[in-house]
Design a protein around this ligand. Structure first.
Ligand SMILES: [Zn+2]
Length: 403
């Protein structure tokens, strides 16, 4: 399809648009219509409505009763790394507890890798994500932890996504073990200067064994002064100050949110900060899952993301996270799909994605199933038949005919 051509997708059994208006009047709630059609033109959604009233277009795709939904927005992923940690995973499943220190194994491998090796691994993961319906993804640094290695990680990330996150504050590297304050100075100074031009976001792992509240606040403030918006790894391994730090910094998102006090929940709702839940990490570390129901019932905005990384959550699959969210976190199928699409868009402060109303970027998934519920109903089964990104078919196949 060339840019000038329009495509009509018709015969859609269920079209998830996320263009509903909930009770609180905020637009963008979960919404879906049956027997629908959608027109793509110039990379955007040009029209949606009943199939019986669909306008003409240059090309026609027959969805044959299958579901169409917005492409997934994976707002939390660590994709620039070398090596793997399957032995650590197997040992953990055999009973050894997870420790944040495992990150350093990947840091060592990443520092030693060539640009070409890092890029090849990154592209493999990006292709994997696209095939599973992820049309927007965030990508963090954080496995370099030197000025040149962090800058290199962000440069590679910027080759594949605009949602690039500087995570120099992932963990204190071994060479600064005796001088963690010196490492924070580096992260806020020369490393930030080298990294900010390639990044949109700054992130910090605020946790026992990583960075404390004051350090995290200083790092986010330095990032903001350099033009980067904040996001925080918060309250993953135990109760702590991460959510409070995120709210005070005006962060877009607090990620993990596994161990929350009532004050934390209030802070997420009132700031507001999107609560990004990463059930792949709880799956991969055999930890309790976050309490999604408590957050949603309190009025928090919840996003779902993969946390794709070689240590705690080596999955790139948003459908897997949706299935976990429904089965283990008591989200409804509608809530889980919304959180994996519109929720991720909010966590990235994007209004052009996560929904399929007219004017939205034409990022969409054709499922090999009649409804969105199948993503959790048939866990582990490949059900993404085709994927469009900005109106272009980028994965899967469809039968399309000239009109
Ligand atoms: Zn993470």
């Amino acid at each position: 399809m060339s840019d000038g051509e329009s495509t009509l997708i018709t015969g859609i059994g269920e079209l998830v648009t996320n263009d509903g208006a909930p009770d609180d009047g905020k637009p963008g709630a979960f919404a879906a219509m049956n027997d629908a059609a959608l027109v793509i033109a110039e990379g955007k959604v040009a029209w949606t409505g009943p199939a019986a009233r669909a306008p003409a277009a240059d090309m026609v795709v027959d969805a044959a009763g299958r579901a169409v939904l917005p492409g997934f927005a994976d707002s939390h992923a660590h994709l620039v790394f070398a090596g793997e940690r399957s032995e650590e995973f197997a040992a953990r499943m055999a009973g050894r507890p997870y420790r944040a220190g495992g990150i350093l194994v990947t840091v060592e491998a990443t520092r030693a890798a060539s640009d070409a090796a890092l890029r090849a691994n990154l592209l493999r993961l990006v292709t994997e994500m696209l095939r599973q319906g992820t049309t927007t993804f965030e990508c963090k640094s954080g496995y370099g932890l030197t000025v040149p290695d962090e800058a290199r990680g962000l440069k590679l990330a910027a080759e594949v996504t605009p949602e690039v996150t500087y995570l120099g504050a992932h963990v204190v590297p071994p060479e600064f073990a005796a001088d963690p304050a010196g490492y924070v100075d580096l992260v806020c100074g020369p490393m930030l200067d080298a990294c900010a031009p390639a990044a949109r976001w700054v992130d910090v792992f605020c946790e026992d064994g990583a960075f404390g509240a004051d350090e995290a606040a200083a790092i986010l403030a330095a990032g903001r002064a350099a033009g980067l918006a904040a996001r925080v790894h918060a309250n993953q391994l135990g109760p702590g100050p991460g959510v409070r730090v995120a709210a005070e910094a005006g962060a877009a998102s607090a990620d993990h949110c596994t161990f929350l006090t009532d004050d934390d929940v209030d802070a997420l709702v009132s700031a507001p900060v999107v609560a990004t839940l990463l059930p792949g990490a709880e799956f991969g570390t055999r930890q309790p899952f976050p309490d999604a129901r408590r957050l949603i019932d309190a009025g928090a905005t919840v996003a779902l993301a993969t946390d794709c990384n070689p240590g705690s959550s080596f999955t790139s699959s948003m459908p897997f996270c949706i299935a976990l969210a429904v089965r283990e976190m008591r989200m409804t199928t509608e809530e889980a799909v919304w959180s994996a699409t519109a929720g991720g868009a909010r966590a990235l402060r994007r209004t052009d994605i996560g929904h399929l109303g007219p004017g939205a970027r034409a990022d969409l998934i054709l499922l090999d199933a009649p409804s969105h519920a199948y993503l959790a109903y048939r866990p582990g089964v490949p059900q993404v038949a085709a994927v469009w990104q900005a109106g272009r078919l980028v994965a899967g196949t469809t039968v399309s005919n000239a009109a």
